[in-house]
Write a protein that binds this ligand. Structure first.
Ligand SMILES: [Fe+2]
Length: 234
């Protein structure tokens, strides 16, 4: 199904609508999305990945906090949005309902393939954790943007509001570790997943490369996934 089908209809003319109509339209679109098949598919794909086994043991048995994390990802925030409803950016890639989870699943697909082809040796459960959770910093970060007149902004329907700006990769690590312990290689790949776009990359790149070439491959998986969604914006 095309990504276009799930974007807010941001270019539609709002002029003839009253403020109440518009808010109702947003509520209706959200309700349709939340009860629709694609949202369910995104959620199922996360759950399926979290149930994968390593040496006969499912991931949620090894990383017990995953069940609570999954439950919380599926809980509505004060905007009525769950993780599986939220966008991946304000106006660029994944700027749509479900954009964040859709992006992470695309990164998983790409990084899983690269890991095997390039023989990076990253364990499958780590590939899943890293890929599906590397952008957890964006969970509850974007909120519907309502203009001073009370209308949903047509060009940029979401705005960023952070109560605790720790940094991109750092925030993801912090949020994940509220639930599960991460291995060092997982922290490394999540922390540096923006590699050359991270202002500290120049300082750390040699040390990071010494430890694992997987960092830059993960950056490529993430970056190429975002390009396929329409922009390189994070
Ligand atoms: Fe990403």
């Amino acid at each position: 199904m095309s990504d276009e089908n799930h974007k807010f209809d941001v270019i539609r003319p709002y002029g003839s609508l009253t403020k109440t109509d518009e808010k109702q339209k947003f509520t209706d679109e959200l309700k349709a999305w939340q009860t629709g098949a694609e949202r369910q598919a995104l959620k199922d794909a996360y759950w399926d990945a979290f149930q994968k086994q390593r040496d006969g043991v499912t991931m949620y048995e090894i990383r017990q906090g995953i069940i609570q994390l999954f439950t919380d990802l599926d809980a509505k925030n004060k905007d009525g949005l769950t993780f599986f409803d939220q966008p991946a950016s304000t106006k660029f890639h994944g700027n749509s309902l479900g954009g964040l989870a859709r992006h992470c699943l695309e990164v998983y697909k790409r990084f899983d393939m690269i890991n095997k082809e390039e023989k990076l040796g990253i364990p499958e459960d780590s590939v899943i954790i890293i890929s599906l959770l590397h952008d957890l910093c964006k969970w509850n970060l974007y909120h519907p943007k309502v203009t001073v007149k009370g209308f949903l902004d047509e060009r940029s329907p979401f705005q960023l509001k952070s109560d605790c700006p720790l940094g991109h990769g750092e925030m993801s690590i912090s949020k994940i570790q509220d639930y599960i312990r991460l291995a060092d290689i997982e922290k490394l790949l999540i922390r540096w997943h923006m590699a050359p776009y991270d202002y500290e990359w120049k300082t750390y790149q040699n040390k990071v490369r010494e430890i694992s070439k997987a960092v830059e491959w993960f950056f490529i998986a993430d970056y190429s996934a975002s390009l396929s969604e329409g922009s390189d914006d994070e």
